[in-house]
Design a protein around this ligand. Sequence first.
Ligand code: SF4
Length: 458
Amino acid sequence: MLSVLELFRIGIGPSSSHTLGPIRIGKRFLEDLKQQALLERTARVAVELQGSLAFTGKGHATPKAVTLGLFGLDPETLDPDEADRIVARVAAERKVSLLGAHEVAFDPEKDIVFAYDVIPELHPNGMKLSAFDAGGATLFEETYYSTGGGFIATAKQLRIPAPKDQIATGRTVPFPFASAAELLGHCAHENKSIEDIVHANEDAMRTRAETDARLDRVASVMMACIERGLTREGTLPGSLQVKRRAPAIWNRMKAQPHANDPERLFDWLNVYAMAVNEENAAGGKVVTAPTNGAAGILPAVLKHYCLSGEDPVRDARRFLLTAGGIGLLYKQRASISGAEMGCQGEVGVACSMAGAGLAAVWGASPQQIANAAEIGMEHNLGLTCDPVGGLVQIPCIERNAVGAVKAVNAARLALHSTDPSKVSLDQVIETMRQTGLDMSSKYKETSQGGLAVNVVEC
Ligand code: SF4
């Protein structure tokens, strides 16, 4: 059983699977090396990016992430500007300080290889790291996988998944669930909300105060990201020369403070979501929700609907815990990786999570919350991942704006429901999984199909 907090990781953009995951893999590799007392003997390291990491790694800043990971840096505390300085220094000096303590030769141009021809065995995002001694002999070599949302795994971990009731510490959670039916069963049996069930499980992992403090921090980083994105103007990095649009929309909205046309709702949700995803595209600090590419949907809904009531702290926690509980179902039963599921696994899952979280804040029953989550996914099924130029910009930024609006509609529809949906949440999750498996790899974060091949880069 995973923690909901693992779905909300604080880090830098533009991609959780191609940036955040590789940073974490670099650090994990060095820790494995250190554990075997091989760190000091290492004279050179090399990295092979496989599958989707090779195809869209350049646009998704994977080489930068690899370098930062070899320093052993923590994505949460990493300052985006400092990260750029470190990467520039490594490129100039062709040296990296492993875990910040042991300097070795590392030329990103030569030592990061884009292995387009290697099809990774267990997941589309494979990353092989090798350490060599001064004589060039291999000291240690391991392939890791970036499985979406910043999660990483070794081959062994992917082959033998942990039992559903066990958490990393070996302790068990009081209400294990691996399906929506089980989650709703706990709610009915205990007469508790989804939020209560998830909270109780989190209590098995840390104190309640620690969980709540972490949820509050997640909400505050999300809001800080919106604030930055609303004011930072300019052009996003990369060949597309995409102009940031959120500040201009925001300025127009501020110039009309008394506008009250009903469509204004779209403007609020759009501008908040776009602010986050433009920050993400610029390599800024964001929260995976559940991924970087889909990071704008939950913050937009949270800001517009959950922070102005009588008890905004309670509402924000309720929103995140409920959304997180739904996100765990997708992570455990299918995948939240665009390279495995297409964009339905990123924006679709975020829409489903946000719809559920908002329904909870609006007082929905557990069944209505599940209905909201089901609706949020049902109308994203088949959504492909086809980022133009391999950048997390087109269609990603607008797609988050549209996803936020859709999430609110899903919650609204669910609140009118009095019965379980004809399509259950478990059925729609399984449908997403099967659709993802059937989807051609052209549409799964490889930039080899869809908009990526029909939009001419200039
Ligand atoms: S198209 Fe969707 S899945 Fe692909 S990079 Fe963009 S947000 Fe992520």
